[in-house]
Design a protein around this ligand. Structure first.
Ligand code: GLY
Length: 395
């Protein structure tokens, strides 16, 4: 459903705030030091999804949903510094993305946007690299094979049609722009048509009346009718998993940029307001929004970085006189300021990532209170967006 926009409970919490450009430049400088430190390890290999004791191990590009983020970090470093070395390493990664989609390595998933947008679409947009373009179109072709016409959704995980996995997940909103991009570059409307139907279904089932979100939603295999919302990485089926809510903030805007779809804008304002109402004192969410100050639970700093990117995108299209816009602007500064002050790896010399205190999956006991590579990616994107509001999206 399209939820009503919740009232911001504590407006003073999002009062005016100054985040000086020098502080963002400092943040960029610290990030670049860590990226330079990481490059020798991650030129032929990629960082694992999450760290162990704040160090990423090196893995091949043949599994998981997250190898594109490291390449995307390099594109941000290249654009912000102009240093060609970042571009060279990022381009060096492209054949591995081609091989992965060509041989279908670890592709029983909808995560084609997460994998191919920050890596290959970015490479094509920034350099015109044809292998990157071809790989990303192949990834879009693969993504639409997971579409079920009966339920009008793209299946998130597992073998297509498997009853155990006959569901979508809210994270899918970040994979949808790959389909819009594919229609734009090929002229073939089939990608966009599926993107729009899948988007509508996702909003219909994942958004609750109070503007919180379900993580995953099952469908009936026989009829295609929506069945029930279930969590995989949240605290309970009815709570708001912090990163899922952040996907629900940024994701709709990545349809809005292609379609100027008012439904997407309404959802963004509602999910963002809900999220801001449940932030603790330091503005960085616990791993599920049911937890707050005093709860002995880990944070998910990655959800903060994703939320900042979403808010920064959304405020571009909001009316200057909309009072919510001012709150969102102040929220971006306050969350980002806290990430810079409290969540950097700068005092951990052995660390080869950017943001500490993220959580991949508390129920799965994976990457809990560690770095994760998408947190690092969206933190770099957030710095880039703040230093250059005209930054052209990879999405
Ligand atoms: N897309 C998977 C996650 O956010 O953990």
């Amino acid at each position: 459903m399209i939820p009503a926009i919740p009232e911001i409970i504590n407006k003073e919490k999002y009062g005016d705030f100054d985040l000086p450009r020098e502080k963002l430049e400092y943040a960029l400088n610290e990030a670049i030091k860590k990226i330079d430190f990481a490059i020798p390890t991650f030129t032929d290999k990629f960082p694992e999804h999450s760290s162990v004791n704040n160090v990423y191990e090196a893995v091949d590009n043949d599994a998981g949903w997250n190898t594109g983020f490291w390449t995307g970090i390099l594109w941000h470093a290249y654009e912000m510094t102009g240093n060609e070395k970042y571009k060279e390493v990022a381009l060096h990664h492209i054949p591995s993305f081609y091989e992965r989609i060509d041989k279908k390595l670890g592709t029983d998933t909808h995560d084609m946007g997460f994998l191919y947008i920050p890596s290959c679409v970015a490479a094509y947009k920034l350099t015109g690299n044809e292998l990157a373009k071809k790989s990303a179109i192949m990834a879009a072709d693969h993504l639409i094979t997971r579409y079920h016409e009966k339920g009008k959704f793209i299946q998130a995980w597992g073998k297509t049609g498997d009853p155990e996995d006959y569901r979508l997940i809210v994270d899918c909103l970040l994979n949808i722009p790959l389909l819009h991009w594919a229609t734009e570059v090929t002229g073939d409307p089939k990608y966009r048509e599926i993107a729009l139907k899948h988007f509508d279904t996702t909003i219909e089932v994942c958004c609750r009346e109070d503007a919180s979100t379900y993580h995953t939603y099952f469908f009936d295999l026989e009829t295609g009718a929506p069945k029930k919302g279930v969590t995989a990485q949240g605290a309970s089926d009815d709570s708001a998993w912090a990163r899922g809510q952040a996907w629900g903030i940024y994701g709709p805007l990545l349809t809005y940029i292609y379609e100027k779809n008012e439904k997407a804008m309404s959802v963004f304002k509602a999910t963002a307001s809900y999220y801001l109402n449940y932030l603790p004192k330091d503005y960085v969410a616990y791993w599920d929004l049911i937890f707050t100050d005093g709860d002995n639970e880990p944070r998910d700093s990655s959800s903060g970085a994703i939320c900042v990117c979403g808010l920064l995108e959304g405020i571009k299209y909001m009316d200057e006189n909309d009072p919510l816009r001012k709150i969102f602007v102040n929220a971006t500064k306050r969350i980002m300021n806290s990430l810079i002050d409290n969540y950097l790896t700068k005092d951990i010399p052995e660390s080869n990532g950017l943001l500490v205190r993220a959580t991949y999956s508390k129920p799965g006991d994976t990457g809990v209170d560690e770095m994760n590579i998408w947190g690092d990616y969206f933190y770099m994107e957030a710095i880039h967006r703040m230093l250059d509001p005209d930054w052209k999206l990879y999405w």
